[in-house]
Write a protein that binds this ligand. Sequence first.
Ligand SMILES: NC(=O)c1ccc[n+]([C@@H]2O[C@H](COP(=O)([O-])OP(=O)(O)OC[C@H]3O[C@@H](n4cnc5c(N)ncnc54)[C@H](OP(=O)(O)O)[C@@H]3O)[C@@H](O)[C@H]2O)c1
Length: 156
Amino acid sequence: MLSMIFACDEVGAIGIDGTLPWRQSSDLQFFKQTTLNKTVVMGRKTWQSIGRPLPNRRNIVMTRDDGFSETERMGFEQVLELAQSEEVVIIGGGEIYALFLEHTKELFRTVVHTRVEGADTFAPEFTHLGFHLLTERTVAAGPNDDHAMTFQHWIV
Ligand SMILES: NC(=O)c1ccc[n+]([C@@H]2O[C@H](COP(=O)([O-])OP(=O)(O)OC[C@H]3O[C@@H](n4cnc5c(N)ncnc54)[C@H](OP(=O)(O)O)[C@@H]3O)[C@@H](O)[C@H]2O)c1
């Protein structure tokens, strides 16, 4: 099964200059809980922005660079095949979300209550794909968060 997790601002922005546009420690905690002990798939740019393998998860990177050997690498079809036998979580960025959106059955979206100036990467538009909102929980900004946020769980 393929699932997807991302945090976006109120108009869908997820990134700026190769990094996250905010400091949201509570969302990073949620990300960790949701992905722990699972297989995560990311694009090469997201891999570079994280800068290290995510611990206690199988880290798979997508790149067209045949020389890439920093961690496991897979192509589109291989990821889909793997998702037949286990839960695979797509963790970004913009290119990789767009690539797998149609095949995604479950979506974890954190709406960060802000509007980022000058964002250059955006979440995929999924409202036309028949997803419905299962749960939603809004929390105030904690001491290490820039903004309040709403955790949403969508399924097809
Ligand atoms: N807010 C969030 O939840 C969140 C989550 C993750 C990332 N982000 C942000 O998103 C931004 C990065 O996103 P991005 O869209 O620029 O890059 P990305 O999706 O992380 O990576 C793009 C790269 O993936 C590889 N790729 C794409 N399609 C492929 C395919 N069909 N087969 C094989 N490889 C493929 C290519 O790597 P090569 O160029 O090496 O061939 C491409 O340059 C950063 O700002 C990051 O901080 C935000």
